[in-house]
Design a protein around this ligand. Sequence first.
Ligand SMILES: CCCCCCCCCC(=O)SCCNC(=O)CCNC(=O)[C@H](O)C(C)(C)COP(=O)(O)OP(=O)(O)OC[C@H]1O[C@@H](n2cnc3c(N)ncnc32)[C@H](O)[C@@H]1OP(=O)(O)O
Length: 263
Amino acid sequence: MIRSRAQQIARGLCQIMGRELLKGNNKTIIRPPTQTRQTPQHPWSSSSSVRTISMLHWPFTQPRDFSLPNTSWDSDMRQLYEHYNSMCEVDTEDGGKKWGPWRRLPSYNRSLKYATGGVYLSKIIHSKARLFTRSIKEQGAAFEYVMFVNKEEQKCVCVFQAGHLLEGPPGMVHGGAIATMIDTVIGTHATYLSGPVMTANLNINYCSPIPLGSTVLLTSSLDKEEGRKTFLSSQVTSTDGTKLHTEATGLFVSVTMGHLVGA
Ligand SMILES: CCCCCCCCCC(=O)SCCNC(=O)CCNC(=O)[C@H](O)C(C)(C)COP(=O)(O)OP(=O)(O)OC[C@H]1O[C@@H](n2cnc3c(N)ncnc32)[C@H](O)[C@@H]1OP(=O)(O)O
C-alpha cells in the first residue's frame, strides 16, 4: 500500500507515542493502548514498552530522560518529585505494587529520534530540531522540570526549577520563560487529554516575580472541552502553595497529525 508522506509521519508519530490511531469523523484521535502487563506500564513512562522497543532500533544511544533527578536539583525540587513519584506506584494488600493516581511523564530532547520508526522520521523532519525546553545540556542552567498527571482528577503538576540562563529582570525569571513553561505544561496536559493539539490562545497574569534559581509548582486543570477546543487554566505558586506568582488560561485546538508536523 502506498502512503502519503503525511500518513507515514502520522503513523510514525502514533507509534512513537505508543498509542493506536483511531479515525474519527473529522479528526484524528489517539488513545492509549489497553494495559495488559502485570507490572505497572504507561505509554509515556520511561520504562514503557515504547522505550524497550526503541532500544532495539537505536542501540548506540541511551536517550536521556530529562525529567529524572540530577545533581542540580535543590531540596524543594527533590522533595516534591519524591512526593508525586511516591503516588505513581502504591503497595497492594498482598505485598505487590499497582498504579497509583499519578503518572510521571518522561521528557526527551527529541522523542521522535528514539522511538520505533523515529530514526527515519527524525531525519526527514528538521533533523537538528530539539525541544526548546530541553536543548541546554548543562544541568540546572535553564529549564529543570518534571511533570506528573492525574487522569481521574484531570490535573497536571509540574515541579520547575528556573536556572541562571532564564534571567529577565536582575535576579528574577524572564516572563517569556515563565510563559514557555506554562505553555509546555498545559500543552502537554491538553495533549494527554485530547490528543494532538496546538495552542490557539494563552492569557497570562504575572502577579509576583519568581526568584532566579528557585523551585516553583505549576498546576494545570481542565476547565472545559467544546468540540475541538480544550480550555485549561494554570497557576504558578511557591512550593508550599502560599505565594501566587502567575496565573494563566489557555485554549488548545485539536489538529491532525499532518497539521502538527506541517506535512
Ligand atoms: C507531547 C507534546 C508536548 C508538547 C508541549 C509543548 C506545547 C507547546 C504548544 C505550542 O506552543 S503550539 C505552537 C503555538 N501555536 C501555534 O503556532 C498555532 C497557530 N495556529 C494554528 O495553527 C491554527 O490557528 C489553529 C490550529 C490553532 C486553529 O486553526 P484551525 O483551522 O484548525 O481551526 P479554526 O480556525 O477553524 O478554529 C477552530 C475553533 O477554535 C476557535 N479558535 C481558533 N483560534 C482561536 C483563538 N486564537 N482564540 C479563540 N478561539 C480560537 C475557532 O473560533 C473555532 O471555534 P468553533 O469551533 O467554536 O467555531
